[in-house]
Design a protein around this ligand. Structure first.
Ligand code: ATP
Ligand code: MG
Length: 240
């Protein structure tokens, strides 16, 4: 579904955040990307819908190489939920933010409205749909940003730290929701218990590279491998 071949990305200040990175994500698989702060996870996932373009190397989605000329097609296929919801929410009303993507992609309006209402109710945001996004709580913003992407039913759903700011009950709700999605998912998270529950494959990042990948529960139980890469066992395995 996604084929990343030897991409390199350097920020304008000279920081090389991705270094000859190779990653193949099969269709229909829920993949978790984990790594310490600064490992390059957000930089990587910001490439998956063409938001960032690699300095070197190539990314293919469904066989189509991402370039400046096909961003619309790519973004119809890949939905990206940013780590910072303030990067996602930009209109004056929560409801308008959720309806922006579908309108932009030319989706059927009635279907989009029905889907927006279902998601906003599911995420407990229906009552605040007329508020400016800036006036939402952090967890509400997180859900609004998720709704604004999920409403487009992307074939690939990419989420960067989706559980940060969520209370335990809402975190559980998100786990349930992800389990029902037909999409290929790519989840970046420091919440390794969340990755344990929602992902079947895991990639570990360190210094701009993928240093290990494989079955999620195998990698997430490998204390030595995790510690080598600045991580700890999921809480569920600590003490066992
Ligand atoms: N706008 C920027 N300009 C310069 N360097 C940046 C910029 N954004 C990120 N970096 C650097 O790129 C590297 C990778 O950052 P990135 O945000 O991708 O890490 P991350 O793995 O997502 O970390 P976290 O777990 O803290 O979210 C870090 O060294 C960071 O300092
Ligand atoms: Mg990040």
């Amino acid at each position: 579904m996604i084929q990343i071949d030897q991409i390199t990305f350097t920020y304008p200040d000279g920081t090389r955040a991705l270094d000859n990175l190779i990653l193949h994500i099969p269709r229909g698989v829920a993949t978790g990307i984990v790594g310490a702060n600064g490992a390059g996870k957000s930089t990587l996932v910001n490439h998956l819908n063409g938001w960032f373009m690699p300095g070197e190397g190539s990314i293919r989605v469904n066989g189509l190489e991402i370039n400046a000329g096909n961003l619309e097609r790519i973004r119809k296929c890949v939905g990206l939920v940013f780590q910072n919801p303030d990067d996602q929410l930009f209109t004056a009303r929560v409801y308008d933010d959720v309806m922006f993507g579908p309108a932009n992609l030319g989706m059927d309006r009635r279907e989009a409205e029905a889907s927006a209402e279902r998601l906003l109710r599911e995420f407990g945001l229906w009552e605040v749909r007329d508020k400016p996004p800036a006036h939402l709580s952090h967890g509400q913003k997180r859900f609004a940003a998720l709704a604004a992407v999920m409403v487009m039913n992307p074939e690939v759903l990419v989420m960067d730290e989706p559980t940060s700011d969520l209370d335990p009950r809402n975190r559980r709700k998100l786990i349930g929701l992800i389990a029902t999605l037909p999409a290929t998912t790519v989840t970046v998270s420091h919440d390794l218990d969340f990755i344990w529950e929602t992902c079947t494959a895991v990639c570990i990042m360190n210094a701009g590279r993928i240093v290990a990948s494989g079955p999620a529960r195998e990698l997430l139980s490998d204390r030595a491998l995790l510690e080598l890469n600045g991580l700890e066992l999921p809480l569920r395995l600590q003490g066992s």
